[in-house]
Design a protein around this ligand. Sequence first.
Ligand code: NAD
Length: 419
Amino acid sequence: MSDDVNPFESLQEQIDDAAAYIDVAPDVLERLKHPERVLEANLSVEMDDGSIEVFKAFRSQFNGDRGPYKGGIRYHPNVSRDEVKALSGWMVYKSATVDIPYGGGKGGIVIDPRKYSANEIERLTRAYATELRPIIGPDKDIPAPDVNTGQREMNWIKDTYETLENTTAPGTVTGKAPTSGGSAGRVKATGRSVMLTAREAFEYLGKEVESATVAVQGFGNAGSVAAGLIDEELNANIVAVSDSSGAIYNSDGLDIADARSHKNSTGQLSGYGGASKELTNRELLTLDVDLLVPAALENAIDASIAADVEADIIVEAANGPLTPDADDELTDRDVAVFPDILANAGGVTVSYFEWVQNRQRFHWTEERVNEELERIICDAFDTLTDRYEGTDAPNYRTAAYVVSIERVAHAAKEAGQFP
Ligand code: NAD
């Protein structure tokens, strides 16, 4: 894992890599490399003991040429202005890769939420939502969950916004609980698109996914659902999974539902009885498996780890899990990397379905959500691989940026310049 790679610089490098394969004017490209605006706020929040603590918070609105800004909210001690800017840019190109009518945004608060009570997190979330209120809304900017946030926080943001605006506007935020306007299938959506991308990737590369060996780094919303679906729906063999407590391994395959219950009851994967041994994070990433799914945080795989990666295929569930140097190393070594902006796009796609349902005040079945999601991910996969074959792009990530930058640049050009 590399802490010294700036994810915003990684994003800009990815855009530059793709620019070599498309005809975009330098001034347009420059605009597509920077956020339109970034809100920075200092939130004063009352603690349970009556004291006041101040938390730094951000919201980056990267590009709105194709629709409202859209993207999650992260609560993590390592949140920074540049991380939020990078994540908001990845949302622009992710929405464009799967061709849904959104721009990109992202928010974050610098906090280790495990150290605070539920009441303190609620007051913090409502303070943040109050700061966001003028710039969010169903037609402006639509937040969603990310690391360490979920339905609970989204319900509070919706309630704060609706109370202050004296309205009902469930489409202000997605990833809500189903009873507060959330969509069926949203919780599993990111893991589902990771599973679908893995399925398509194996088929495209002419490899058998059934009984393929799989390692998954990160066992939160994205990783644990992806592991479960790859196991259940593709009949692959999940031999290793990890979280921040460490990695567990079993060459006969792990029982993912059982490992999840262990994590739910103890708070960590480490100590799980169904594992034959425990591994370090690096050992998991360099296992000799058919498929590796990084599903923790950005920069998890740097060039030195990439040099030892033995997986044939990587499907990125996390945003930005490879440093640019790691990407180059894996391209040189012919490891097939299917990028985040396709593979984890299930989250934003079902968020889009949730927003559509909220606007129509109508509810789709989970079956319909999953069918529409599968159609969108498979279409995007085919467009990306067609473009990969039609250009001499070095890898699938660059091909995805070629597709998505062209879409954003076209929308920008059609909009013209104002004023
Ligand atoms: P989460 O908080 O639910 O899970 C993160 C997991 O990573 C946890 O299990 C944590 O223990 C683990 N982890 C952290 N550091 C680790 C390390 N060094 N080694 C191994 N495991 C480690 O978060 P999430 O929502 O699952 O998000 C994970 C990634 O997926 C992020 O990059 C996020 O931006 C991306 N993502 C999430 C969604 C979504 O809908 N949740 C959508 C798109 C992308």
